[in-house]
Design a protein around this ligand. Structure first.
Ligand code: SF4
Ligand code: SF4
Length: 168
């Protein structure tokens, strides 16, 4: 049980969409220890990454019930830049459905003043959602970062840069 009183129940979607370094499990493939829709076969001995993981739906009751990942086909997490929305690879357009697309746009609008981004990840492709439009970023490597070009506080262009180049 979590602070929100919510439980994963029949949801196991993070065991598919998230990469688990300790298991060398890539994103978007089922973990070999998962019984989809049932749970983790090695629950007491699961890796630390799994123990410390909560999706936003599980941890934050502000996210309404329809966002439950097993229903929405979307797993929401936060990053230092903002919100990341991972689609079940079997439903890469889940985020375009109502009401999800509308709520993502609303969050992009409210995030703009806080400099928080909304990024959708479907397979290997990433899309940045801004109040005005979407930027298809294509395949973003693990060592790449999204660089936004702003004019009057609005995103007008987006490029990708190597993280190591940005640190120089
Ligand atoms: S995606 Fe969220 S609700 Fe679903 S199993 Fe993972 S933590 Fe639980
Ligand atoms: S070890 Fe268990 S909790 Fe972790 S990804 Fe695999 S099935 Fe999910």
């Amino acid at each position: 049980m979590t602070a929100t009183g919510r439980q994963c129940g029949d949801c196991t979607l993070c065991c598919k969409v998230m990469a688990i370094e300790e298991l060398a499990k890539p994103a978007n493939t089922w973990c070999p220890h998962c019984k989809p829709g049932r749970g983790c076969r090695i629950y007491p001995g699961r890796p630390m990454e799994c123990r410390s993981f909560s999706c936003v739906w599980l941890a934050n009751e502000l996210l309404e019930e329809h966002w439950k990942p097993s229903r929405s086909k979307l797993v929401l997490t936060t990053s230092e830049d903002g919100l990341e929305v991972r689609c079940d690879p079997g439903f890469p357009d889940a985020w375009r459905k109502v009401p999800f697309c509308n709520e993502l746009r609303e969050w992009a609008i409210s995030g703009e003043t806080l400099d928080m981004t909304v990024v959708v990840i479907a397979g290997q492709r990433m899309t940045l959602v801004t109040p005005e439009r979407e930027f298809d970023l294509g395949i973003v490597g693990p060592d790449e970062r999204i660089v936004r070009e702003l004019e009057d506080g609005k995103v007008v262009n987006v490029t990708l840069a190597k993280a190591s180049d940005l640190e120089r």
